[in-house]
Design a protein around this ligand. Sequence first.
Ligand code: KG4
Ligand code: ZN
Length: 364
Amino acid sequence: MRYEETARQAAEALRARGSARILALETSCDETAAAVVENGRKILSNVVFSQIDLHELYGGVVPEIASRAHMEACDRVVDQALREAGMTLAEVDALAVTRGPGLVGALLTGVNCMKGLAFAAGKPLVGVNHIEGHVSANYLTHPELEPPFLCLVVSGGHSHLVEVTDYGEYRLLGATADDAAGEAFDKAARVLGLPYPGGPRIDALAEEGNPEAFTLPKPKTAGKYDYSFSGLKTAFINTVHGLEQRGQELPKADLAASFRRAVCRELTEKAELLIRDVTAREGGGSRLNGFALAGGVSANRELRREAAEMCARRGVKLWMPEIPLCTDNGAMIGSAGFYRLMRGETAGLDLNAEPTLRLVQEHS
Ligand code: KG4
Ligand code: ZN
């Protein structure tokens, strides 16, 4: 039987059964990560091989280096994920791989690796949206979480407020007009001379600083629930340059704390506005199952604290992935892949990388 037919029949059987153990691979940026996940909720193994050391020298991810490193690491990382789950390739039910968004060469490496394995093993293959993976990290940490819920997706490339209306279905409610939150953190870190990746370094440094030391402007946006971080970033750069020109030593912890406060306040204030409006519209008894954080920036300590305070104020349940699941990992792709598989969405061997793939097309 041809691969397509074998895989289609296997996928149908899994759908009918309502369960699957999925081997997932993530290679969209600078982490080669593989995992085995059961029924979208239970992590059987989760292996992350970070390339940070390779890119640190250049102050950011070098696409060509990332692709090569993924190519070298893919097999090893997949092997290790299977080994740690105590399974062979023949024993997993399906395969999932990130198809976008991300660096094209990096994505292609992962997509090709998984196409080869799917073909060799005759298993169904699912192409996964990386951002959907970040949202799904919450399903791994919170087995009781079900859509619909509101979600703030904050990563290196995204700052979105969405309603997760169902598994695999989203309504975009707010987005950034310019920089993503993670990007803003990374740029601010660079201005302070902190090594890549900047977000976690700013976060750590900020814990020792005074967030009231510097006042940064409040961003202005056209849409009520939209974001903009470029003005904040410019103001931050000007503040730093001003201090340097006066020959003053940079109070880095205070600067980091002030910048982090400004970004996190903005993120939570817009989310609160949205929650307030949705709650008012629905007359208190909201049909939504709370508010979730997702993406690399959701590891930020201040964002987690501010979101907790805001949700307590609004009487809304807050969901956050556990810290290791906030940044890129294979388990989140395995979770998202499960729900796509259950919707009958499998890929053929013509699956391609989609560097500019979006979670939702337009504002609704
Ligand atoms: O979600 P992610 O791992 O990759 C993308 O899909 O983009 O997010 C990476 C981003 C980077 O910009 C990184 O600096 C930021 O998330 N980040 C943080 C923290 N941890 C990661 N930003 C602020 N505070 C953190 N603790
Ligand atoms: Zn990511």
